[in-house]
Design a protein around this ligand. Sequence first.
Ligand code: S5P
Length: 453
Amino acid sequence: MENKKDFFLECYKHGIMKFGQFTLKSGIESPFYVDLRPLASDPKILINLAKYLLEMLPLDNFDLICGVPYAALPMATAMSLESHLPLIIKRKEAKQYGTKKLIEGLYSKGQNCLLVEDVITSGKSLLETIPEIENEGIKVSDVVVVLDRGQGGKELLEKKGYRVHTLFTIQEVCGILKEEGHLLDEEIERINTFLAGNIVKFEEKKRYSYQQKLTTNDHSVAQIILNLAIEKKSNLIASADVLTTKELLELAEKVGPHIVALKTHIDILSDFDMEKTIIPLKEIAKKHNFLLMEDRKFADIGNTQELQFGHGIYKIAEWADFVTSQVIGGYESLDCFRNVGVVAIIGMSSKGTLTDNNYQTEALNIAMSHPNVFGGVAQKKLPENILLFTPGVNLESKGDSKGQQYNTPEHVFQNLHTDFIIVGRGIYKSTDIEKSALQYKIEGWNAYENSLK
Ligand code: S5P
């Protein structure tokens, strides 16, 4: 086997550690992130890891071996195969049916079980797992851990009388990475501050430019709209909340040169007609090079959304480049928007909206993990790999009498790192629509450029 340092560097190549700004489960901001799960996909590394772990241990002391689910399961399995220590499996939750067993496998009371864990942080999860095993009459005296994050977990367990064997400590691996030139001085400083138990100050992160976002957002509609923004020097989406086809087409013609997309509420038109509304609208969109965004805000189960999207008189699926959808129906409700992009409603602009912080976190989780979603509507910052669309933008007014709340383009680009502004009445109610569209385009672009500084 290679030496321990080279072995760690081999592991590191699998992306098991990342440096930057990460929010831990506890809400604390950490300058590094560790995830050893990728190691299980490399058989050579997994078997060597098992050998390294076994080498450190007084193997004669143990009758059984068990991994803390899930990350340590393959590690414990590999160690069992190598050492011939019989493996037992601890479930995360007891089975709801049948035997309701928490521990699977063959064991007898009084046997001593070696516990395997991938990473130890505060030690809390081990202190939850150990009693569950002990309750079955199995003894636990030793825990073996691949990486100690240096946050007191080892000490806590030792205080409770358990022996903790660790293959690597965070200090040791950061030392290796520093030696090999993988870490910047400022990163090392932040890690040391963090490990000394102090709060790390991260510099305000600069927002990504549209060019950078092209590399982090690979959805085809994201690529198109980002390229349009760069080409037209515009981040403006005009909202066409008008009631007739004539008004819609006139508006599209006037704002077309200045926008990246026209947002429709197609169901408010009193004279909708596929031939007379959509065909000319598509022609104008082609001529002025903008996308059609249907703001349908779907909010139903997947099957109903599929029907609403493809059928009825509007047949949105036939003409919209992208649509908005609530995510209240859950992940699979978004599956039907296969051939378009989805902008998910994360948070709304109206007073008293029910999209509180909790809702927004859950909604964002769904949006970020769904391949059809490339953007979100919100009134707060979103991660860089999802595009932020912000409505509620107006240069003149602070709101309306129906709960709408407005911000300026400068505010939303500076504070929310918005990517695209959505402007309705600020443009279509104006006496000179074309001039207003141009003004919002310029204000929006300047605000974007200022937010990059
Ligand atoms: O939270 C939201 C989400 C959307 S998509 N708040 C909004 O105002 N919108 C839409 O943006 C709304 O349906 C309307 O079409 C547009 C805002 O229009 P304005 O006239 O208030 O600028």
